[in-house]
Design a protein around this ligand. Sequence first.
Ligand code: B4P
Length: 185
Amino acid sequence: MKNIVIFGAPGAGKGTQSDFIVEHYGLTHVSTGDLLRKEIADETELGKRIKGIMDAGQLVSDDIVIEMMDKAIAADTKGMLFDGFPRTVAQAEVLDKLLAKHGRELTCMVQLEVPKEELVRRLLERATIQGRADDNEVTINNRLNEYNSKTKPVADYYAKQGKQRVVDGLGSIEDIAARIRQAIG
Ligand code: B4P
């Protein structure tokens, strides 16, 4: 059973490539961004608490995200693709523990590498198509800063475990999907 993390900066193509990975390997897709946006759209108590944080481009607290993932892992029987999680080293450590609790371990982490100018270009383009509240110039900058300070160290965490697979995230969506399949094996 495969359990895979797809990792990268905002706009790196995590959500886009997730569709191909879950289809190819028959995995359950869990996106923390999608789960959090659903809480906001449903106007739940949690959604009201996190809306300002996400609109500002900051990370939601580890406790909230970890509780969501605990439930998602407990409910899964197929193997999982983690999209947007872990985003801090603390989340990465907890993910290892949660998987071990269910007799599993992480297969690998796929890291999509995309230059900053292209990340900004993609997110601004998405803003014109989807109108997501956090796709504007100020918030994109905050998200990239959060990524550099809190999320990037997660790559070293997996490199030390020998689980990091770096993939060039520039090019056509199909070409990148093929590179990812090769990296996972
Ligand atoms: P996410 O929903 O994970 O959003 P994201 O980082 O912007 O990545 P996304 O998956 O949407 O972008 P993608 O690269 O696919 O997180 C949003 C927020 O939720 C965070 O800022 C944070 O507040 C919160 N959050 C989520 N998880 C959290 C956690 N674990 N801890 C704390 N807080 C958390 O796509 C971007 C665009 O590029 C798309 O429009 C796509 O069409 C385009 N694109 C993709 N591939 C392309 C290619 N090859 N060429 C050209 N364009 C491409």
